[in-house]
Design a protein around this ligand. Structure first.
Ligand code: UDP
Length: 338
């Protein structure tokens, strides 16, 4: 079975490609390489193309059995400042892909959605039935594309799975794939970079939330657990399963301070930190109820926070350790700014 991975050279797509190939699927990567990395996917068939390019898509979709759509702009803060770019890529261009998929006669589609569709949820843990009230353009575009999938499913017989990722983190155990962005905004890589003194400190965005230690709580899910969920979703579609939506998380939340403490344990290095004001658009707590995925996808995550940090740490060391200036934990407590 040949599966087109649109945006497949990115962080999550490249991990999914590897898992699919291990499970006997043939991944075909479609990417414009604006943020993806060729070296992540050079063992696979690769087509360089834009999602907005109907002709290139038409060619790429020949002899494809299913499509997985990862290609999106995914920074909440940027989406507030540049909604036009978010609506264009995540809606207009994504609809071009969806239309081309349907026109090519392909009826299996997996979509990278996000827990950002829930906004600030009224209930915790978050279930798939929790109302979707996104609070930023990023979440709005993810919710709107889910709606398009539902309408296309009803009208054109498309079967889709929307996977609402919680906080993807960690790296492949091989050390060959991991998070690599020109501008990093995610907590775990930033904490590890601070441990390595690649940055002065990690900034904690708010310690006055109504959580036990005052910092935000998130549900961190290992990227390879996410990847195996895509394999399960694909198997569901190939086994004639109906369209569905799944939360993908562990069901366990960790605060920013807990993540920093765990990173210090894994790295044996002190993480310098500073308290900053809250970041706009950050809900205090996002933790998922994974029951639906457990029951219907027969999937549950196998790795916890320590495994996430252990693999992310290995990746940071392997890829960015050439100017290591860090100080061991026991020698640098004076740099700790609580
Ligand atoms: N965060 C932080 N400092 C940073 C980056 C993130 O305190 O430099 C916090 C952020 O406020 C959120 C959590 O860490 O509560 C996870 O943020 P991230 O950007 O990794 O993912 P998000 O939950 O926004 O998708």
């Amino acid at each position: 079975m040949r599966v087109l991975l649109v945006g497949g050279a990115g962080y999550i797509g490249s991990h999914v490609a590897l898992r699919l190939s291990e499970r006997g699927f043939v991944p075909v990567i479609y990417d414009n390489f604006s943020t993806g990395h060729r070296r992540f996917v050079d063992q696979f068939e690769v087509i360089q193309g834009e999602m907005a390019d109907c002709e290139c898509l038409r060619h790429a979709l020949k002899n494809i059995d299913a499509v997985i759509h990862f290609a999106a702009k995914a920074y909440v803060g940027e989406s507030i400042l540049k909604p036009r770019e978010y609506y264009t890529t995540n809606m207009t261009d994504a609809l071009t892909l969806l239309n081309a998929t349907v026109d090519a006669g392909i009826r299996k589609f997996i979509f990278s959605s996000s827990c950002a569709v829930y906004g600030v949820p009224e209930q915790l843990p978050i279930r798939e039935t929790t109302p979707r009230i996104p609070i930023n353009p990023y979440g709005q575009t993810k919710a709107a594309f889910e709606d398009a999938l539902r309408s296309y499913s009803a009208a054109y017989g498309l079967r889709f799975v929307a996977l609402r990722y919680f906080n993807a983190a960690g790296a492949d155990e091989s050390g060959t794939l991991g998070e690599m962005r020109s501008t990093e905004t995610h907590l775990i890589p930033l904490v590890l970079k601070a441990a390595l003194r690649r940055s002065q400190q990690v900034n904690i965005f708010g310690n006055d939330y109504t959580t036990p230690d005052g910092t935000c709580i998130r549900d961190y899910i290992h990227v390879n657990d996410l990847a195996s969920a895509h394999v399960s979703a694909l198997e569901l579609l190939f086994n004639e399963g109906e369209s569905d939506v799944f939360n993908l998380g562990t069901g366990v939340g960790f605060s920013v301070l807990e993540v920093i403490a765990a990173a210090e344990k894994v790295s044996s290095l002190r993480v310098p930190r500073a308290i900053l004001p809250r970041r706009t658009g950050d809900p205090p707590i996002l933790v998922c109820d994974g029951e639906h995925a457990r029951r219907k996808l027969h999937w549950s995550p196998q790795r916890g926070l320590i495994e996430i940090l252990r693999t992310a740490w290995k990746w940071q060391i392997a890829n960015q350790a050439d100017d290591l200036l860090s100080t061991p934990l026991r020698q640098s407590s004076a740099q700790h700014r609580p």
